[in-house]
Design a protein around this ligand. Structure first.
Ligand code: ATP
Ligand code: MG
Length: 217
């Protein structure tokens, strides 16, 4: 589903990625691990075409996304649900509005919005909180809002960047259980993390990167 072939990226003098090659198949759950600054987020941003590599190929379902024109980027991103460490929710919007926002960019009939929002909020266990504001929620609940927002577009892949980074162990556990469930239902997941406890408890393939180079794949 995702293939990196000899991908390199520098930011000025910093070599963020050097000849990175790996493959992620449909339905896999893969961790991207490595120390701070090793290039994990850069890889996730390249998949979203937020960062363009200097060289190499990045295939998403056989299309080299480094070559697609700017006007095709929104369509590409409709295939991807993204979850961040800091949740990135809109503070002045309710839980269900935060999730609906993701649908506004899709050509989904407005009549269908409520049904889809309800479905994902149920999946992440936030139906009761649907009219609450982010300031009224816990960290784990906020992360579940962002997971619901990622899922509501029915993406082919979930890209999660340290989704448990701001959560205590028990709450992180809840988020991992949800990601496991979503993966079992067929979604491909790539998750950047350096949370040793999670790697031990929830075993999946690891792509380990150091200094922008793949060490273990
Ligand atoms: N927009 C940018 N401009 C300049 N340098 C950048 C930029 N984005 C990333 N870098 C640099 O590229 C390297 C890789 O960064 P990246 O964010 O991918 O690391 P990471 O593995 O996600 O780290 P962390 O675990 O701390 O999140 C770092 O040296 C970082 O400073
Ligand atoms: Mg990062």
């Amino acid at each position: 589903m995702i293939i990196f072939k000899n991908v390199s990226k520098s930011f000025g003098l910093i070599k963020a990625l050097t000849n990175v090659s790996f493959e992620v198949n449909k339905g896999e759950f893969v961790y991207l691990t490595g120390p701070s600054g090793s290039g994990k987020t850069t890889i996730l941003k390249i998949i979203q075409r937020e960062v363009l590599p200097d060289s190499g190929q990045v295939l998403f379902d056989n299309v080299d996304i480094t070559q697609i024109p700017l006007h095709d980027i929104p369509t590409l991103r409709q295939n991807m649900g993204v979850v961040f460490q800091d949740f990135k929710v809109l503070m002045e919007r309710t839980v269900s509005e935060n999730v609906s926002v993701a649908l506004a960019v899709l050509e989904v009939d407005e009549a269908e919005w409520a049904k889809r929002v309800e479905h994902v909020l149920k999946l992440v266990g936030l139906l009761k909180q649907k009219n609450m504001f982010p300031s009224q929620l816990s960290g784990g609940e906020l992360q579940r809002v962002s997971l619901a927002r990622a899922l509501v577009i029915n993406p082919k892949i979930i890209l999660a960047d340290e989704p448990t980074g701001n959560l205590d162990w028990k709450t992180a556990d809840g988020i991992m259980d949800l990601l496991e469930k979503i993966n079992k239902e067929g979604k491909t997941i790539i998750m950047a993390t350096h949370h040793a406890g999670i790697l031990k408890e929830y075993k999946h393939r690891i792509i380990h990167i150091e200094n922008g180079k793949i060490i273990k794949n």
